[in-house]
Design a protein around this ligand. Structure first.
Ligand code: ADP
Length: 491
């Protein structure tokens, strides 16, 4: 049995800001199903505490402590253990660091001590493994928040000659290269790393220290969450300054692209308790009842045939919500209703609130993070719009397909690996793609979708095509397992 230590800063249903949580909520479970023994390490945020209570999950305090020295201070962590869907999760507790309103940011920007919060988390994760004598074959890190673990294992005294981790191989998954954990060079001293690492071969990045870069260099295998994104991040346009490093590791055969899936048990229109009406591939009546109900809840005309388009998104530049707002008149001129559910950058939240007030009747912006509402929007819409500037994988389009809602996406990253344009390929098409990030191309793709929508039979077929596709984790979890085996010489 392959022992895997997952180090991740989010996990469904305990703590979530985006797709990372969805992945960590299901991939470990799937890996356990095919013969791994996965343990997850997660910070014990306030949100985790609240969700454990809400879900009535049993939590055990373990009689162990971990100590991590940062900036000559000893930071102490205690450990709680819980089980989610059969997967063991160890929660690293330190109230000073994690008992806060949100995971990473305040309304005015990131917490200033995120280097300490996640440095402590990464090293604390290694200490937990030791304290509990869980000797991992694979240490599977996720995003910059976990990068200090491989950096320490390779470059920090105390860890790089620790026999406990001699045989451990490190896999590093980049869920989004735009977030890198960049700090001043003093971070090296803080974490007891030699200043000789401050050069462009190691941690230096334009005069500062870049944790993601360190994680990439020090891991045995790096992967990102779709094949196309794995290619894109090797280019200047998408690499956010790390394209050079990624080209190097790619030439060494250490960069892979493994498509994310979604949890088909969790995202299931037949069983979803949040929906007004359940429905299935062979009985779509409930889907259209959901649409009417959703429309009336949103204050739209519930009986009309007008198509309903949904957007559910973090409100960040990446997601292109600004393009939707800029194009609002042209979209609504197409005689559609539009609903946006989102949370994120304050300027986008304000922008959406302001325009929402002007367009009562066929446009509504719901500001906030609300999974139940999200589920009802996925189910009740005809089309789902995802105009991303870049998209590592994207889960919204996969959830939409599962709920019979046709994705209209910008052709980038994982969206290209999962959506085939119906205009170009009527056999295997499952959505509509626009290539260039501009209003004209986006409107053109919506118009193409609308012309198919008007042909009822053709549209129903398209819905069924999407609902029948398999974007569950069954395939991708096996790909991860194969990579683990290869690293361990077990293939
Ligand atoms: P990212 O991780 O970049 O935010 P993904 O498409 O990979 O984007 O994953 C987004 C996940 O977060 C999906 O499960 C989506 O449904 C969910 N989500 C995003 N915004 C909201 C929101 N405002 N309310 C509820 N769920 C949301």
């Amino acid at each position: 049995m392959i022992k895997v230590l997952f180090i991740a800063s989010e996990m469904e249903p305990l703590a979530k800001t985006g797709g990372l949580a969805d992945v960590i909520g299901v991939l470990p479970k799937k890996l356990n199903d095919i013969g791994c023994d996965v343990r997850i390490i997660l910070p014990y945020y306030r949100e985790v505490r609240d969700n454990l209570r809400r879900l009535k999950l049993k939590v055990r305090n373990l009689p162990r402590e971990v100590l991590v020295s940062i900036d000559w201070l000893a930071y102490k962590g205690t450990i709680k253990e819980t089980t989610v869907d059969g997967v063991t999760v160890y929660l690293l507790c330190n109230d000073e660091l994690y008992d806060r309103d949100s995971l990473y940011t305040t309304p005015n920007g990131d917490y200033r001590d995120n280097d300490v919060r996640f440095g402590f988390f990464s090293l604390g994760a290694l200490e937990i493994a030791k304290a509990l004598n869980f000797k991992p074959d694979i240490i599977h890190c996720n995003d910059w928040q976990s990068a200090m673990a491989p950096i320490a294992l390779k470059w920090k005294k105390h860890y790089n000659n620790d026999p406990f981790f001699y045989d451990s191989k490190i896999v590093f998954t980049i869920h989004n290269i735009a977030y890198q954990g960049i700090y001043g060079r003093e971070i090296l001293d803080k974490f007891g790393l030699s200043q000789s690492l401050f050069n462009t071969e190691h941690l230096e990045f334009y005069g500062r220290a870049n944790l993601l870069k360190g994680g990439i260099i020090t891991s045995d295998l790096v992967n990102t969450v779709s094949p196309t994104y794995a290619k894109e991040i090797r280019t200047r346009e998408y690499g956010y300054g790390l394209d050079g490093v990624l080209r190097v590791i790619s030439n060494e055969g250490k960069l892979a692209g493994i498509l994310n899936g979604i949890d088909y048990d969790d995202w299931d229109p037949e069983k979803d308790k949040d929906l007004y009406f359940n429905f299935s591939f062979d009985n779509l009546r409930g889907k259209f009842q959901n649409k009417s109900k959703l429309k009336s809840v949103l204050g739209f005309d519930a009986n009309g045939q007008k198509p309903l388009i949904g957007v559910i998104s973090r409100l960040a530049l990446q997601k292109g919500v600004d393009l939707v707002v800029r194009s609002l008149n042209s979209i609504l001129d197409l005689d559609v209703d539009l609903v946006i559910l989102g949370r994120g950058d304050k300027r986008y939240e304000k922008l959406l609130k302001d325009v929402s007030a002007d367009y009562r009747g066929n446009f509504k912006a719901v500001i906030g993070y609300d999974e139940s509402k999200a589920r009802r929007i996925y189910a009740g819409c005809d089309m789902f719009l995802m105009p991303s500037r870049f998209e590592p994988c994207g889960l919204g389009q996969l959830i939409s397909l599962r709920y019979g809602t046709i994705p209209i996406v910008r052709g980038t990253g994982g969206l290209l690996d999962t959506i085939t344009d119906y205009t170009e390929n009527r056999e295997s098409g499952n959505g509509f793609i626009f290539r260039r990030f501009n209003e004209e191309d986006m409107i053109d793709s919506i118009e193409r979708a609308l012309s198919v929508y008007r042909n009822r039979e053709e549209w129903l077929n398209l819905i069924r095509t999407g609902m029948q596709m398999d974007f569950s984790w069954n395939k991708s979890s096996k790909v991860y397992l194969n990579h683990y085996k290869m690293l361990l010489g077990k293939n």
